[in-house]
Design a protein around this ligand. Sequence first.
Ligand code: PHE
Length: 373
Amino acid sequence: MSQETIPQLTAFDVAALDRSFGELLRSVQQEAARMVSADDREKFRLYWLGRKQGRLKSIGEAWLKTAPVEAKKAIGQRFNQLKEQIEQALDAGSPSVAARAAGRSAGPISDALDITLPGIRPGLGAEHPLIKTLHEVVGIFERMGYSVGIGPEVETDYYNFESLNFPPNHPARDTQDTLVVAGQEKKPLRERLLLRTHTSPVQIRTMEQQPPPLRIVIPGKVHRNDAADATHSPIFHQVEGLCVDTNITFSDLKGTLDHAMKELFGSSVKTRFFPSFFPFTEPSADVQISCIFCSGKGCRKCKHSGWIELLGCGMVDPAVFGFVREKQSAYDPKKISGFAFGMGIDRIAMMKYGISDIGLLYSGDMRFLEQFA
Ligand code: PHE
């Protein structure tokens, strides 16, 4: 929009005036159509309506000066009309007007928002059956005076294995098919990262931080390189338990777990302990509960044995205390003893809620989840 020369008015009859003003209006409209930004609009405004050098003013002055007296009124009227048309073009190009025309909000309050419409009610959430079970188990131990701890899911080989008395290349490592973090080969074995295969590394981490007496439960996710099927998932949940004090015996372990199982599955549930092996407990045991589906009579669920195996446990191996003594000398196996246990929460949730496929717990399928709301 460069400042052009002022067009001359040569005839003053109505038809000639209309033609001349028609031409002016056309150039107003052409320029208005090219406005995109707020900047463009301001330039347009100054060009046409600027008080000192606005085109409307210059043309008006020039035309009125040369016009015969009888034509001045008609010219004045047409200038007023043209001014209105320019102002309308400016309004039409303003962002708020454009947005309103497009039905979008132009500011905090706009015509597009109808506050009389009913709102969208957010659906009420519910605890996932896994988390519900996890809280239930943790709650049972909290009521027995246990505190709750957590630890990292990405763990070092040292905490996941070595400090739990799984030496490098020990065959016991093969029982926990491990997902390792790539590109760690240059590090010493004990510093290499992996996804923890159990919550037991948090036993060590906790003992390094706190001297005995210790009563702690550790809920969390664990990972194993297992192919997914109805009873296996590469990710699952455990609750670990650790109790260390003077004079802790296997009877304390039995009493604690028997009570916990009765709280979890009902007071008629019985427990029994079978010899087992874990590198970090000695002696070690697997705990079975009487089948909650057939009350021990024998059914398909318990493979007609009347018993269901539910968790691993044992007395803390003195070698494990050996690994933490550097940082906490009070873990002297001559003075203290302890027990530990670990249970799979997925399995417990599946038993409690009659879920036959572990995959459902991780599918995010609302049709499944809504049954627990
Ligand atoms: N960490 C063991 C597992 O995942 C379970 C366990 C925990 C056993 C504590 C004994 C003591 O198999």
